[in-house]
Design a protein around this ligand. Structure first.
Ligand code: IPE
Ligand code: IPE
Ligand code: MG
Length: 239
């Protein structure tokens, strides 16, 4: 297997745009909500698979700032799923020594979800075998605007680190402060766009698009993505 080859590189950080729950369900003659339920179960499974595979950082896009435009019913279903998922994931975090963090603006979420987020982040903050980021009510433009607003406040009150803005200082104001940039971005279900995900952080990330919808994305599809990543000539602007 390629893995025995010394040059086989495992991405340290994989980011995934979990897409295609609705279309997957429709293809089975089921309602979109069924796709979200199976997609949510698959997230739990794949989080373990990815951790077992030795990948330390996993970031997933679960709900965008634009997703509020969906029907009230679909938003309600998704929020109820998140409620349950946030409770379930505590066990996984403890078992895997996995730190869980959220990207996005919690203020837009229901108070009980905000509280679950706060508790999960607080109780997992010392875990350091794996790092799991969930983007919930996340939009990259919103994140950048929130970062700039805070940075401007700090500049006015003289709290700016080093007194000037560098790339490192700016990045430290983003929701992803202290988290390395993704090496590999996977988007399932065929769309080839970012949909407002990690615009700053993906500057040098390799992109992998698969037609497979998220609920059907399993171990084989993950291995295919990692193999494709290995076939890439990874560069950061040099020769
Ligand atoms: C991804 O699946 C889940 C969320 C965006 C919350 P979709 O709900 O976008 O499913 P499709 O893309 O409509 O099939
Ligand atoms: C992106 O998927 C957001 C998430 C996966 C949470 P969407 O399905 O919402 O994106 P668009 O609408 O196809 O761009
Ligand atoms: Mg979609």
């Amino acid at each position: 297997m390629m893995e025995n080859n010394e040059e086989y590189r495992l991405p340290e950080h994989i980011a995934i745009i979990l897409d295609g729950n609705g279309r997957w369900a429709a293809s089975k003659g089921r309602p979109r909500s069924y796709g979200h339920i199976v997609g949510c179960d698959n997230l739990e499974k794949m989080c373990n698979v990815i951790g077992d595979r030795g990948i330390r950082y996993l970031t997933v896009y679960a709900f965008s700032t634009e997703n509020w435009k969906r029907s009230q019913e679909e938003v309600r279903v998704l929020m109820d799923l998140f409620r349950r998922y946030l409770k379930r994931i505590m066990k996984t975090a403890r078992r895997r020594n996995m730190r869980v963090r959220f990207l996005g603006d919690p203020a837009g979420l229901a108070p009980d979800i905000q509280e679950s987020i706060r508790q999960l982040e607080e109780s997992t903050k010392d875990y350091d075998s794996m790092f799991f980021q969930i983007a919930l009510n996340y939009g990259s433009r919103d994140e950048i605007v929130r970062a700039v607003t805070k940075l401007a406040d700090d500049a006015r009150s003289g709290k700016l680190p080093e007194g000037r803005v560098t790339e490192e200082v700016f990045a430290s104001y983003l929701d992803t402060a202290d988290i390395p940039d993704p090496d590999l971005l996977i988007r399932t279900s065929g769309e080839q766009r970012l949909s407002n995900f990690l615009l700053w952080q993906l500057a040098y990330t390799e992109f992998y698009f698969t037609p497979v919808p998220w609920p059907a994305f399993g171990i084989k599809e993950l291995e295919d993505a990692i193999a494709a990543y290995n076939g890439r000539d990874r560069r950061f602007g040099g020769v």
